[in-house]
Design a protein around this ligand. Sequence first.
Ligand SMILES: C[S@@+](CC[C@H](N)C(=O)[O-])C[C@H]1O[C@@H](n2cnc3c(N)ncnc32)[C@H](O)[C@@H]1O
Length: 276
Amino acid sequence: MLVRTHSYETFIAANCQLNDKAQFMTKKDHTWNQAAEGWVDFVRTGKDYFRDCMNNPAAFELIGEIKGQKVLDIACGEGYNTRMLSLKGAHVTGVDNSEILLEHAKQEEYRKPLGITYYQRDASCLDGIPDRSFGVATCFMALMDIQDYELAISEVARILKPDGRFVFSITHPCFEKMNVNGVTIEAQKRYFDKLQETVEWTMGRLTRKFTTTAYHRTLTDYSTALSKNYLLISRMVEPQATEETVRKFPVLKEERKRPQSIIFETVKKVTETSPF
Ligand SMILES: C[S@@+](CC[C@H](N)C(=O)[O-])C[C@H]1O[C@@H](n2cnc3c(N)ncnc32)[C@H](O)[C@@H]1O
């Protein structure tokens, strides 16, 4: 639940530049706004086993040492991983286009300050964030939810310094099950189709069910957009659940056999012809 107090509002006005909303174009994402309360409970109460047991250990291993580095966490949501980046000693900025998720992130920053700054931005338009200003950009399990992923990737390339790294995870497009117009489709049956899907978050462990929107694209779609923007894939991981994890959380048993996600590390390699 969002709780606003007078001192909290003052803190936000002074530190988190809520008014910047007015200055820059942002596209509103109503699905994630509507999902916010359910999502925050899911993430913050230890129910996101996929994140805690598989995706985060693998992603943070790829991210490695980031102490003292400037990190932009794109599509940061309520800030769970943004705070993890900050606790590793990075100077972190988080952006998301859901103002309600950002309010939750800012409220947590107010409750336990880590020095994170949050801005409302659509990932495809990071206006106000200067060219070549970050050493690392991250985007955890969100690029498949971002409608204009090609523009988002070009914005990442713009704001990264030369040799800066972009680490991102997505739902594995080869193995996902998609709900398209109420029909469940296994990705391998229509892998090459560009599909908009409705993600129904209905697991029993949720206190509040919710629905979001995602976009199925192929691995080639992502790698083409990356290479067009001088982001070269340097490492890739497909997290696998361990036997111990499956014993603890049987819901992860399929993840012994095939990955739920795929994580990339890419590096910005500037050439004489690159625009940024
Ligand atoms: C599955 S959540 C992941 C959130 C966060 N990265 C995490 O790991 O907790 C997907 C996020 O993508 C954000 N998102 C979707 N489309 C976006 C866009 N076009 N620009 C910025 N954020 C977007 C949503 O608001 C949501 O916070």
